[in-house]
Design a protein around this ligand. Structure first.
Ligand code: C5P
Length: 205
């Protein structure tokens, strides 16, 4: 079984994807981490993420970089969304994702274009959403808990900018596949969202 989980930043898709992978016993790939590794590599080499050549050079990252805790930072997330616009960067990362999706026994991948580009043949495609304000509130709460002080308004502006870049790019824009099942987690607790996601997957098996 191949499960595709897509959605915008802070929609809860990462948490849901991990829970679904555990529930259905599937190997799991967080594809955002690959784009973040490219972003981090560009940052470490002081490249310009908007420049295609610099972004492509960032694709030659060592696997060890995937364990770098800095990958999870807001700053690297923002750079990741800028490098991910370049078609050559997407092409450089696609094979690894396609191979992961098609391994014997199935897989679960989460990202932006899993149901549309990486695994259009997936058995079940989920598209996870939540209003931008709710996503910004979640991120703000999470950062405050980590002791990082930030303005809510800045986080909301950042999330909106990231959404615009992800949905507006020409190559593999963030959008639900035609046969995707939508789940809005805006009013749901994590536990309820996990139960709802499991029920949606089971409805298609
Ligand atoms: O999901 P995450 O926030 O870690 O992804 C970081 C950025 O990487 C996203 O904003 C998006 O621009 C890019 N990305 C992508 N395609 C994917 C996964 C992530 O373009 N499959």
């Amino acid at each position: 079984m191949i499960l595709a989980v897509d959605g915008p930043t802070a929609s809860g898709k990462g948490t849901l994807a991990k829970a679904l992978a555990a529930h259905f016993g599937l190997p799991f790939l967080d594809t955002g981490l690959l784009y973040r590794a490219v972003g981090r590599q560009v940052q470490l080499h002081q490249g310009n993420p908007d420049n295609a050549a610099d972004a492509l050079a960032g694709c030659a990252f060592p696997d060890s970089l995937l364990d770098d805790p800095m990958l999870r930072s807001e700053e690297v997330g923002g750079i990741a969304s800028r490098v991910s616009i370049h078609p050559m960067v997407r092409a450089a990362l696609n094979k690894r994702q396609v191979d992961f999706a098609n391994q014997p026994g199935g897989a679960l991948l989460d990202g932006r274009d899993i149901g549309t580009v990486i695994a259009p043949h997936a058995d079940v495609k989920l598209f996870i959403t939540a209003p931008a304000e709710v996503r910004a509130r979640r991120r703000h709460t999470e950062m405050t808990r980590q002791g990082i002080s930030t303005e809510f308004a800045n986080i909301l502006a950042d999330i909106r900018a990231r959404d615009e870049r992800d949905t507006g790019r020409a190559d593999a824009p963030l959008k639900p596949a035609e046969d995707a099942l939508l789940l809005d987690t805006g009013d749901l607790t994590i536990g309820d969202a996990v139960q709802a996601a499991i029920a949606l997957v089971e409805s298609r098996l």
